[in-house]
Design a protein around this ligand. Structure first.
Ligand SMILES: NC(=O)c1ccc[n+]([C@@H]2O[C@H](COP(=O)([O-])OP(=O)(O)OC[C@H]3O[C@@H](n4cnc5c(N)ncnc54)[C@H](O)[C@@H]3O)[C@@H](O)[C@H]2O)c1
Length: 357
């Protein structure tokens, strides 16, 4: 069992990571949360795979529990309202718990419900995608999307506990797994060269078999350390945006119908490193290793066909470029990252030069 303690100004809690943990949870919950009511939130797919049985077991352990399910990827106000209604109809109180069983969509939305219903109730995360295990379940960012943009309504709300069972990933499809690998590779390449090497030598998904508890544990430790120093995302946490400035722009230009988030970040990491290696800011050879590891996990390293003017425009309207300057995270070498401020025109010039290569 790996245990990562997260100390934030609002809450201190543990992330417990162990293959096989999920099966033990109903009984464990009885010893930890007896007498509390539980609202289990899952999308339809995860509920069918894991939620239904888990819900039954919770009730067998004597919990007064309700379940709220929703169609996949519906992280919006309509689903949030359904959760509020279910909590209100069942007269949930502040000492009761919302349990998010699912990926980042479920965690973000259930977290926002927990943060706002009665101005804050108990919140437990059971992440079921790799992305949720290494990224969205750490740091307390909770939100829903609007038609006008992603994550527009949100809050910072830390969970009371995170229970991570890498065994649940066996049912995850390869594309979704690779999506999470993009974030995992990003965390290692900005902060931990040993973890990067460990992943690099594992080569592919099957090479990670038996290593996931450790890798996910290390990755949680890295993100937790950054979040602890910058809970509200005003400074150090910006290094987690490595690859995201260009990545977000690709997603936007493709109207969120093209590359997945992880795939877009993969291309973003490559392009920013191509720029900074050429400028002499990044140690030579870094790009090659980054390309190698991303490719081995089936992540793209070339720009999809997008209009470069639209791409530049999308970067300009990204929230990080409001002042005309963009803070960009870049690699000094594998395992070391820094921030640099560029005017929008500078970034555009560097990017266009790389797109022509
Ligand atoms: N809060 C944060 O800090 C943060 C960070 C990164 C991303 N996010 C958010 O996370 C969301 C993306 O998360 P995601 O990629 O986990 O998406 P998701 O929750 O939609 O899950 C992806 C798909 O995988 C399925 N699935 C989940 N677990 C499964 C399993 N074990 N086996 C089989 N299928 C399974 C789901 O049903 C869904 O269809 C986005 O909304 C993004 O904004 C939040």
């Amino acid at each position: 069992m790996f245990r990562v303690r997260v100390n934030t100004s609002s809450k201190a809690y543990d992330i417990e990571i162990e293959t096989g943990l999920f099966k033990k949870l109903p009984q464990l919950f009885r010893s930890r949360y007896q007498g509390r009511r539980m609202a289990l939130i899952s999308d339809d797919r995860v509920f069918a795979l894991y939620g239904e049985k888990f819900f039954r077991k919770l009730r067998e352990q004597g919990f007064d529990a309700i379940a709220v399910t929703f169609p996949e990827r519906q992280k919006n106000l309509r689903t949030l309202e359904r959760i509020y209604n279910a909590l209100a109809d069942a007269s949930f109180t502040r000492s009761d718990y919302v349990i998010a069983l699912g990926g980042g969509v479920t965690g973000d939305m259930a977290g926002l419900a927990a943060a706002t219903f009665l101005r804050g109730m108990g919140f437990i995360l059971i992440p079921t995608t790799l992305l949720a295990m290494v990224d969205s379940s750490i740091g307390g960012k909770v939100a829903v999307d609007m038609d006008q943009g992603k994550n527009l309504i949100g809050a910072f709300y830390q969970p009371d506990a995170v229970y991570t069972d890498p065994g649940l990933l066996t049912t995850l499809d390869n594309r979704c797994f690779s999506d999470g690998m993009a974030e995992l590779i990003k965390q290692s390449v900005i902060r931990d060269k040993d973890l990067f090497y460990f992943i690099e030598t594992s080569e592919n998904r099957s090479g990670l078999t038996g290593q996931l508890d450790e890798i996910i544990g290390e990755s949680c430790r890295l993100k937790a350390a950054i979040v602890e120093q910058d809970e509200r995302d005003t400074g150090l946490r910006q290094i987690l945006n490595f690859g995201h400035t260009i990545g977000h722009a690709i997603e936007k230009v493709q109207n969120y119908q093209g590359l997945t988030h992880g795939e877009a970040v993969s291309v973003g990491m490559i392009f920013i490193t191509r720029i900074t290696e050429r400028l002499g800011l990044t140690r030579p050879g870094t790009l090659q290793r980054l390309e190698g590891i991303l490719k081995s996990f089936d992540l793209p390293v070339t720009m999809p066909p997008v209009d470069r003017t639209e791409l530049a425009q999308a970067i300009r309207i990204d929230k990080k470029s409001r002042s005309g300057f963009i803070t960009v995270a870049y690699l000094r070498e594998i395992g070391e990252c820094d921030l640099i401020g560029w005017s929008f025109e500078e970034l555009e010039e560097h990017l266009f030069a790389q797109l022509e290569n």
